[in-house]
Design a protein around this ligand. Structure first.
Ligand code: CP
Ligand code: NVA
Length: 311
């Protein structure tokens, strides 16, 4: 049996594969401009395919974008929260993976623990896609890069400033940096620093990734400024986080330090008035709505790749 094409972390893939998916996403998006959302792409690369989605945590964008993506690719999706499944009553990850492998063509999981997604993939005979874990959010970064390239051209050589918690989304940016050739400057409080293994891996791949505590320093001259919530799903130290992260709010003054045509990204949901002000989120430098839409386009190409339709 050949190993399924899992999409669990960007660092497990190579730059050429990510490039292939991004190019496919750009082309697919352009080709269907003006079409109704439910119309199927001309090549229908997921025709007759079924994706199952399992959610252990809340979601708006991931849930709707994967469902819409499957429809646009000519396939369909089955969605469930883990609590509605026997998984929520103690059936093992491995047994669930074996059963779903007999019923669907791919599985997307949003899990509390990254290790659970790895365990699922170990046993699954169909592709497994990480829809966010405590450790990473690779689908989000594919959509973010698609958005940056649409507005500012090739990602290679760009500088991205990550401001705030060194969290799961930050990790996926670290994974992507050496593979796609952009510079990543992280500014976070020392207590909420980015994953040190991820940083070490990026360094070993000659990635240009740095981490400090000064938001202004990171944003100075950056092409893209990225923020995310200070309290991710599963975090329990809400008050401590708000106190430590307060100096990392992205406001217009901070954005003014970015490159002249610097843009702002946020995976959403945003906590307005915490990590970002209304003026930035709703302002002319914000690309967050395109970014949200691009979850569909980027994931269609991840799915097309997983199904073997591209690459
Ligand atoms: N950005 C993102 O993954 O959003 P959801 O939590 O709504 O899926
Ligand atoms: N870092 C956030 C991202 C939400 C899409 C979280 O994990 O809650």
């Amino acid at each position: 049996m050949t190993t399924p094409r899992h999409f669990i972390d960007l660092w497990k893939l190579d730059g050429a594969t990510l490039r292939l998916m991004l190019d496919d996403a750009h082309a697919r998006k352009t080709a269907r401009k003006g079409w109704p959302q439910g119309k199927v792409d001309a090549d229908a690369p997921a025709k007759d395919r079924v994706l199952s989605m399992i959610f252990q945590k809340n979601s708006t964008r991931t849930r709707f974008s994967f469902d819409a993506a499957m429809r646009q690719l000519g396939g369909s999706a089955i969605i469930s929260t883990s609590n509605d499944m026997q998984l929520g009553r103690g059936e093992t990850i491995e047994d669930t993976a074996k059963v779903l492998s007999r019923m669907v063509d791919a599985v997307m999981i949003r899990a509390n623990s990254h290790a659970d997604v790895e365990r699922f993939a170990q046993v699954s005979t169909v592709p497994v896609i990480n829809g966010l874990t405590d450790k990473s959010h690779p689908c989000q970064i594919m959509a973010d890069i698609l958005t940056i390239e649409e507005h500012r051209g090739p990602i290679a050589g760009k500088t991205i400033a990550w401001v705030g918690d060194g969290n799961n989304v930050c990790s996926s940016f670290i994974h992507a940096a050496p593979l796609l050739g952009f510079e990543l400057k992280i500014a976070c409080p020392a207590v909420y620093h980015a994953d040190l293994h991820d940083l070490a891996r990026a360094e070993s791949l000659q990635g240009r990734v740095s981490m400090g505590t000064d938001a202004k320093e990171a944003v100075k001259g950056a092409d893209v400024v990225v923020a995310d919530t200070w309290v991710s799903m599963g975090d329990t130290d809400h008050d401590e986080r708000l106190a430590a992260l307060e100096p990392y709010q992205v406001d217009d003054k901070l954005m003014d330090l970015a490159a002249g045509n610097g843009v702002f990204l946020h995976c959403l949901p945003a906590h307005r008035g915490e990590e970002v002000t209304d003026e930035v989120l709703d302002g002319p430098r914000s690309l967050v709505w395109d970014e949200a839409e691009n979850r569909i386009h980027a994931q269609k190409s991840v799915l097309a790749w997983a199904f073997g339709a591209i690459g």
